[in-house]
Design a binder for this molecule. Structure first.
Ligand code: ZN
Length: 396
């Protein structure tokens, strides 16, 4: 027998707070009231009157914000400093963790991200073969709590992926983590495969050190991804060559871009290509490029790219510490908030997340204090609602 029709949830609820930030207009709204019906926001404003029939979640002296969006995560991927550097961890992870185990690791990290205030993430590979799809769908189905996930499946990469040189026997493992591209037809096939498997975006490793994809390969990847309406995220480091190749091909975002030049930034601004800097808390080496990107008019979507264990911290706590770094890089607090909400939503290609506006999903967080005065308050999220459901409320 089919279960009875789920409880009719046409009732509205209202979330109220002393302040709300409208990330689109850049305005602060006092005495904020957000009306929610099922999983959507239906009305927002200052001092709106609330009918008696409406259930109220009164949060008091806090600031409401759209749920945070982390533009670059690896939720099925965790390295440990005790095992050494990336190279040794990479091999251990491949040998020890199959996709099922990684998906279960991901279930924990996803919950930790949600509890920290991230209601959506763009998860860019290092998830084994399609374990990211499994976790995304399990979250969507309500099997485990977590953010909305926009996933890439395996990253497309030059031969060898991001592995150092390993024995021929060990090279068989590389295909568990990367689709290795050699030639335009392999590039085309890899994107079509990702589309078939249910990817929400394409991740491409434009270079792994000196190993690079060609301009022809990159163009075909973008062409095929565009046909399926999927954005392309390009990992590009080591000088200007890889990022220029990716930008000329028309990718949607450059990931990291530590050494990016004015020439590339100017072209990115012209082509509306995002920079996704991944500067963890305390990393100051590459701050200068943030100022140069803003000056060139490049939109920024902030990503954590955390994949090491931080003892004593959850993945969410380790990730949310990144925002302070961008104050030191010269971004205003409002720019940081936009780069964590509206900009990544646009990069993902969704007009259902990233702002508190009628018609969008009810993905809402609250912090004590005001992030326009102190961005550090984001580290103390006291309320998390995703899809109209409350996952955290530590005020009362
Ligand atoms: Zn990454």
């Amino acid at each position: 027998m089919l279960p009875a029709e789920a409880q009719k949830s046409s009732e509205r609820i209202a979330v109220t707070a002393k302040r709300m930030i409208d990330v689109r207009s850049g305005k602060e709204i006092t005495d904020a009231v957000i009306f929610i019906e099922k999983n959507k926001i239906v009305n927002v404003g200052s001092g709106l009157s609330i009918p008696d029939s409406v259930q109220v979640i009164a949060l008091g002296d806090v600031t409401l914000l759209p749920g945070l969006i982390d533009a670059h995560t690896h939720l099925l991927h965790q390295y440990y400093a005790k095992y050494g550097d990336d190279n040794s961890n990479r091999l251990l992870e491949m040998v020890q963790l199959g996709p099922a185990r990684r998906a279960l690791l991901g279930a924990r990290l996803a919950r930790e991200m949600l509890e920290a205030g991230f209601t959506s993430v763009r998860d860019l590979g290092n998830a084994g073969i399609n374990a990211d799809i499994a976790l995304r769908d399990a979250i969507k189905n309500g099997d485990v709590p977590g953010p909305r996930m926009f996933v890439s499946t395996r990253a497309l990469a030059p031969v060898g992926g991001q592995f150092q040189s390993v024995t021929p026997e060990a090279q068989q493992l590389i295909g568990q983590e990367y689709i290795q591209i050699s030639g335009v037809e392999e590039a085309r096939k890899a994107v079509r495969q990702a589309v078939y498997e249910g990817a929400d975006c394409i991740k491409v490793i434009a270079n792994s050190g000196a190993r690079r994809l060609s301009s022809e390969e990159m163009k075909v990847i973008v062409e095929e991804a565009k046909r399926a309406n999927l954005p392309v995220a390009a990992h590009a480091t080591d000088g200007d060559g890889p990022s220029m190749t990716a930008v000329e091909a028309g990718v949607s975002s450059i990931e990291h871009g530590y050494t990016i030049s004015e020439a590339v930034l100017n072209l990115m601004a012209k082509k509306n290509i995002f920079l996704v800097p991944t500067d963890a808390s305390g990393v100051t080496r590459y701050q200068d490029r943030i100022k140069r990107a803003l000056k060139a008019g490049v939109r920024i979507a902030i990503g954590s790219d955390i994949y090491y264990e931080f003892p004593g911290m959850t993945r969410g706590q380790a990730s949310i510490g990144m925002y302070k770094t961008y104050v030191a890089s010269g971004m205003s607090n409002m720019e940081i908030l936009r780069a964590s909400t509206l900009n990544p939503a646009d990069l993902i290609g969704s007009n259902s997340i990233g702002t508190i506006e009628a018609g969008r999903f009810a993905d809402i967080i609250a912090v004590k204090g005001n992030p326009l005065n102190d961005i550090g308050v984001l580290e103390g999220v006291v309320f998390v609602m995703k899809d109209g459901k409350v996952y955290k409320q530590t005020l009362h």
